[in-house]
Structures are given as C-alpha cells and as structure tokens.
Ligand binder design. Structure first.
Ligand code: FAD
Length: 322
C-alpha cells in the first residue's frame, strides 16, 4: 500500500495540474492604462466608470491621448482634469507637436502642469491626411526635439521632475527610412531626456522580443513597455493595424473569422489572446504592460487578473510598502 498523500502534497499536485491562468505569473508586475478623451457626455460617464473599474488595479499611471494638431486638445484637458479630480491615479497627458509652434506646445504643457500632470507621453503625431511632414515654422522637428523642448520648458519650475514617455515601434514605424533609422530615432528621444518607451501595439510577440534585443544591443537601457491592445472589435483592429504597420498574424484571422455578428464571442477570444500574449511576455521577463483600453475596461481587467494584478494583490503590495 502506498502512503496517502498529505494535504500539502495534494494541493501542490492540484496546482501543478491547473492551467496557467489560475496562477499568478510573478510578483512585481506593473500596469498602466491608456484612455481616449470622450466626445460626448455619455462618453464622459463611460470613461468615469472605466476608470473606477481599473483604479483598484493600482496602475503606475493612466494616460489620455491627444489628437495630433490639437484636434482633441480641449477634450483631453477635460478628461485629464476629471481623472485628476475623481481618482487617485497618476495621470499622464499625451502631447503631439506636429502642426504646432513651440509656443503653442508650451501652452499645452502649462495647462497640463496646472491640472496636476507630472507625466507627458511625448509624440510627433501624424499630419492630417493629404498633408506631408507637418512641421511648421517655429515648431519641433520630431519627437526627440519635443522631448528636449519639454525638458527645457520645465527646467527650474515645480514640474522639473516631469516624467516623459515616448513611442517605440517593434515592427518599425511605417514611415521610417529603415529599422536602424527607427532605432536611432528611439535612442535620440531617450538621450534627449525621456524616461521610458511605450510601444505601438503588436500581436507578433516574437517581433517585440527581437526588437527588445536589438534595442538593448544598441545601448538602450530605459524601460521599453509593451503596448497591449485587447481586440474589442476585430474589423476595426485590422483597419487600425494597417495604418500603424502592425501585423495581424494569420492565426488571428482564423480565430476571429465570421464573428462580426457575435461580439460576445469576440470578447472571449480577445481576452484569451491578450492573456496568452502577456503570459509569453512575462515568461521572457517582461513585467510592465501598457494597455490600450479603448475606454472598455473588461478585457484589460481580466488580463491584469491573469497577470496576478488584482485589487487584493495591490492592497497587499501597498500594505508592504507602507
Ligand atoms: P518620431 O519619434 O519623431 O518618429 C518615429 C519614426 O517615424 C522615426 O523612425 C521617424 O524617422 C519616422 N518618420 C519619418 N517620417 C515621418 C513622418 N513624416 N511622420 C512621422 N514619422 C516619421 N498619435 C497621436 O496623434 N496622439 C496620441 O495621443 C498618440 N499616442 C501614441 C502613443 C504611443 C505609445 C504610440 C507608440 C504612438 C502614439 N501616437 C499618437 C502615434 C504617433 O503620433 C505616430 O506613430 C507618429 O507617426 C510618430 O510619432 P513618434 O513620436 O513616434 O515620432
């Protein structure tokens, strides 16, 4: 007769048999969430509800996007002020420089500072359709020039410690002259004073890992945070990906095929895809994730849970820190 299993043995055996999502990956995972500024009152209420659902997950920061050329400037300010007033989360404001003078950009920075913002996601932005370049006399050349400008602008003020994040492109920016030129551009932004890079969303996890290797080999030591896009609508994601140069792997087309009229099923598959992507990244030592929430919190919240980021784990982390 064999010895009966102890309770501990049984529990260990049960956990070993469990599929991955029921165990947390690793301690110390940090998350951040990106929102877009709503255009309607209903959208504002939705953003407030979205923020309330995600706040207990203790994000390092949340950010609000900004329409290039200042097209959503007012809405971005409203959303930032509302998040600052109703939550305790650190709020980052995105800022683009295309089509604006340095003085106009400086005014937006001052508005951000007045609203309590101490973190800017600094981007060049894209010129409107049909226009090329987008540089104006007295404007910033590119995002590296903008980063240097922000550092000069806040120097010697109470906002001197302003955090700056910049964009990075694991699959190469569609307008970059070459992959090397794109990497040089990222290095220039970090050398100009940015603290971290956040990537364009991607679904080819290996492309991100190769990019990370290339960046580290090029001497880039700053954090490079993967941008995770939960697929809230596959057709829209495909359109958006084409514009950004993000590859949609063929297995995703197969997974989402013929589901245009089944949004709930799409959501379930999307949650699995995001969780699996984060699992692969975490297995390679990635422990910071930036979620493009599209102001829809559900898949992001589910993926965070699977990463071990839950209200309970956040409370225990906060208790240990205090
Ligand atoms: P840069 O660092 O200046 O350039 C990136 C690369 O593009 C370089 O290789 C550069 O050489 C190459 N390039 C060459 N020619 C051009 C050209 N004509 N235009 C652009 N790039 C060129 N956009 C918004 O409008 N609002 C946002 O809130 C916003 N948030 C973003 C957040 C993240 C995390 C990321 C990754 C992107 C975001 N974008 C946003 C999109 C971004 O503005 C575009 O990708 C833009 O084309 C490049 O911005 P950049 O700051 O990376 O530019």
């Amino acid at each position: 007769m064999t010895n009966p299993l102890t309770f501990e043995d049984e529990t260990a055996a049960r956990f070993a048999r469990r599929p991955w999502p029921t165990t947390s990956i690793r301690p110390g995972v940090e998350v951040s969430f990106e929102f877009f500024p709503p255009a309607t009152q209903a959208g504002e209420a939705n953003l407030a509800a979205c923020a309330a659902q995600l706040e207990p997950l203790g994000p390092k920061f949340v950010s609000v996007t900004y329409g290039a050329g200042g097209t959503t400037q007012d809405r971005t300010q409203v959303a930032i002020r509302s998040l600052e007033a109703t939550t305790t989360m650190a709020v980052a404001g995105h800022l683009t420089c295309v089509g604006a003078t340095q003085q106009q950009v400086g005014e937006v920075i001052d508005d951000y500072i007045a609203a309590g913002v101490r973190h800017i996601v600094a981007l060049r932005g894209d010129a409107p359709e049909g226009q090329t370049g987008g540089s104006v006399a007295g404007g910033y050349r590119d995002a590296a020039d903008l980063v240097a400008g922000i550092r000069r602008h806040v120097a010697g003020t109470s906002a001197e410690g302003m955090e700056i994040s910049v964009g990075a492109y694991p699959e190469v920016h569609p307008k970059a002259a070459s992959a090397q030129a794109d990497l040089d551009s990222l290095k220039a932004k970090l050398d100009a004073g940015a603290d971290r890079a956040i990537t364009q969303f991607f679904f080819d996890t290996d492309a991100f890992l190769r990019f990370l290797d290339r960046a580290r080999s090029a001497g880039i030591t700053a954090p490079i945070v993967p941008g995770i896009m939960p697929v809230t609508n596959f057709a829209n994601t495909c359109r958006f990906s084409e514009r950004c140069g993000t590859t949609i792997p063929s297995w995703m087309h197969e997974l989402f095929a013929d589901l245009d009229d089944a949004p709930e099923v799409q959501q379930m598959i999307a949650a699995t895809v995001a969780a699996e992507q984060c699992r692969q990244l975490a297995e390679h030592g990635v422990n910071q994730f930036h979620f493009y929430t599209m102001n829809k919190p559900e898949i992001t919240a589910a993926t965070c849970r699977i990463l071990g980021v839950t209200p309970a784990s956040v409370r225990s982390r906060q208790a240990q820190a205090s």
